[in-house]
Design a protein around this ligand. Structure first.
Ligand code: TXA
Ligand code: MG
Length: 310
């Protein structure tokens, strides 16, 4: 407990100085900085080597804080009440009076916002006088980190402090839903289209990767483990590792099972970890067997598709 608060206070000090800290969330680790500060948010882009046209997600403690910066609406209220704090990001209209840095929004009139459901992240947010801009704590276009060791591997000593919160519960990035017009899912996640439709009781669309990109995370190529990824394979080729799923898939030296029980949540949680491990074991590429596209499987396949686009 003593460590818990001293680490939070240390992070607070660093953040108050417009520097960045890696923070745990229930989805993946984020690289966090004061969302109201140009200096802090510019640092995030630089560290990640992120193109400036790719806006950041802003993390809030409460709706009250959020309403200083964004217009909310009825659909937002319904989804907020059902899913927040939790792994869902809303794209909302930015208020003219908002103090959010122009770097965060890439000069857009909209902001992506979320309320992370992680005790450490929430405690930190509750102690700050600003929200936190926090993209996933990886070098741009690479795999998101799901534990503090992954973050260290991405950035080494370049970041001042990693607030360690162990392994991320979910291990895949949040669902992003655009609420500035008709509800539209820009990035699938553990809160699925079906779950969202059920509470909204209306049509919700899901954006396929297209030329007109609304969330640059929708760029065709992303989530790259550093070696080529091939989907829907049955066997591994030479120097290749095979990722599989379910009871029938035997593990072995070059065979990695995402979930022996065929549990998609567990598979999602193991996905990035397994790809990192395979890269470390010096395989030259990754083949993946067919993974069901139901529930969070849809988001798993979304990430795999983008990783295999190189
Ligand atoms: O789970 C998560 O969402 C994690 C944790 C750390 O919160 N964060 C995360 O951030 O995945 P990032 O930056 O890796 O992905 C954010 C996505 C990007 O694809 C970005 O293009 C999109 O959100 N985005 C940000 N602002 C947007 C906006 N105003 N309109 C549309 N998309 C936006
Ligand atoms: Mg990311």
């Amino acid at each position: 407990m003593k460590n818990f608060y001293s680490n939070i206070n240390k992070s607070k000090k660093i953040l108050n100085n417009n520097k960045v800290v890696a923070i745990p969330t229930e989805t993946v680790y984020g690289l966090a900085g004061n969302a109201y500060s140009d200096v802090a948010t510019k640092r995030i882009f630089k560290l990640k080597n992120r193109p400036h046209k790719n806006p950041l997600i802003v993390h809030y403690f409460s709706i009250k804080n959020l309403q200083k910066d964004c217009e909310t609406n009825r659909t937002f209220d319904i989804l907020y009440n059902k899913f927040c704090p939790g792994p869902i990001t809303f794209v909302l209209k930015k208020k003219n009076s908002s103090r959010i840095s122009k770097y965060v929004t890439s000069n857009k009139k909209t902001v992506a916002v979320r309320f992370p459901n992680n005790k450490i992240a929430r405690t930190l947010l509750s102690k700050l006088s600003f929200p936190l801009a926090a993209p996933s704590a990886n070098i741009s276009s690479k795999l998101s980190p799901t534990c503090s060791k992954d973050v260290k591997e991405e950035f080494g000593k370049k970041i001042k402090f990693i607030l360690d919160g162990g392994n991320c519960k979910i291990g895949l990035e949040s669902t992003i839903i655009d609420l500035t017009g008709k509800p539209s899912i820009l990035r699938p996640g553990s809160i699925t289209l079906e779950k969202i439709k059920k509470v909204l009781k209306k049509k919700v669309s899901i954006k396929k990767t297209s030329k007109k990109i609304k969330a640059p995370g929708q760029l065709k190529f992303h989530y790259y483990p550093g070696i080529p990824v091939k989907m829907n394979k049955k066997y591994a080729e030479k120097n290749q590792a095979l990722i599989g799923f379910g009871k029938k898939f035997k593990t072995g030296k070059n065979r990695f099972n995402l979930s022996k029980n065929g549990n998609l949540k567990e598979a999602a949680n193991n996905l990035y970890k397994t790809m990192r491990l395979i890269k470390k074991r010096n395989f030259k590429s990754i083949a993946v067997t067919k993974i069901p596209s139901t529930d969070i499987g849809y988001a798993i396949n979304d990430r795999l598709k983008k990783a295999s686009n190189k």
